[in-house]
Design a protein around this ligand. Structure first.
Ligand code: APR
Length: 320
């Protein structure tokens, strides 16, 4: 069986980590694209030189020309500028919108059959712009946010309960950012929902609320510590889980920024919802019943995504 081809647009902190993980997991040959000359080539060579030690077989190539992404099965986009301390995800909007235009055109022209995962922030607006600019079908373009948000939630919960992260599941909806919607009643330790764990005396509502708040601000917490960039290990792991589900047709149920066409009463926008990812891309969107509180939180989250999308249309009417 020929190896799959994974194209990474952006060879920065996340791009390099994506390439490393894709190699270690032998997902396929990796091609790194960047506008910087030398960076993707240097990182690719360094990673290739780790392969004899790690024992993986994957070609690592760095390029500066979109034509080289031709035939990619998966494209993961991290091109753009990351958040600096004091900068909100939304401040990034103008700069990264332009980047999505050029990246989208490159993918549309050279890898129109790929499954595309966007990581660039502000995520829900950038994945929307990327899909439009690329012209790819909406079920083949998704945004990585929920897997990361729920991983952070799971990690904090596992630490609180002193149990394995493997036995903690978390369920999040909505946009990536401060108003994501964690569904506490669908988040569990070995199948036991959090509200039951409160009843069992394992934790308190206050502690859960504090964990929810920390999860919402999880990206900012890392930015403030790093001072020179934003998170990259956990975002890369999260996108690789999505890519693997597509490449191996695992049909995992993962929270992703997916294009909604009436689901959850949202039309024509990307919002974080649970989806099934298989070899056809986004194969199904899970629509769950929400309580009044959850609906209100979700609506608020959708509103902030909408305002970003409107701002994009204002900046570049070609997106309207
Ligand atoms: N085309 C291709 N690559 C580009 C372009 C472009 N138009 N503009 C910038 N880049 C490249 C940069 O040269 C850099 O190598 O994108 C890369 C971004 O890497 P980093 O600055 O290290 O950023 P990273 O930490 O990888 O995050 C990337 O993901 O989580 C989001 O907010 C984060 O939007 C940011 C993105």
């Amino acid at each position: 069986m020929p190896r799959k081809k994974i194209a990474l647009i952006g060879a920065g902190q996340i791009g390099g980590t994506l390439a490393h993980l894709a190699g270690l997991k032998e997902l396929g040959d990796v091609l790194m694209f960047d506008i910087l000359e030398g960076t993707p080539q240097g990182k690719s060579l360094d990673l290739a030189e780790s392969s004899p030690v790690e024992g993986f077989d994957a070609k690592m190539t760095g390029v500066n020309d979109y034509k080289d992404i031709a035939g990619a099965d998966v494209v993961i986009v991290t091109a753009g500028v990351p958040r600096k301390p004091g900068m909100s995800r939304d401040d990034l909007l103008g700069i990264n919108l332009k980047v999505m235009e050029s990246v989208g055109k490159g993918i549309g022209a050279h890898a129109p059959d790929a499954f595309v995962i966007c990581i660039t922030n502000p995520l829900d607006a950038m994945v929307w712009a990327l899909q439009k600019a690329s012209g790819l079908p909406a079920n083949k373009v998704v945004g990585m946010a929920g897997v990361l948000d729920s991983a952070r939630f799971r990690y904090f919960l596992a630490s609180e309960f002193d149990v394995s992260v493997e036995d903690v599941t978390a369920f999040v909806l909505g946009g990536h950012g401060d108003d994501m919607v964690p569904l506490v009643r669908y988040s569990t330790v070995a199948g036991i929902p959090l509200p039951d764990l409160v009843k069992m005396g394992w934790t308190t509502h206050e502690k859960i609320d504090a964990i929810v708040e920390r999860t919402r601000k999880g990206g900012g917490e890392i930015v403030n510590l790093l001072k020179t960039g934003s998170a990259f290990y956990a975002p890369a792991s999260s996108a690789i889980a999505m890519a693997e589900s597509y490449l191996r047709d695992k049909k995992r149920v993962l929270p992703c920024a997916a294009y909604l066409d009436g689901e959850y009463d949202v039309k024509g926008m990307y919002v974080g919802v649970p989806v099934v990812i298989g070899d056809k891309g986004v194969e199904r969107i899970l629509e769950i019943e929400m309580t009044k509180d959850e609906r209100d939180m979700f609506a608020k989250s959708v509103e902030s995504v909408k305002s970003l999308v409107e701002a994009c249309k204002g900046i570049n009417p070609a997106f309207a």
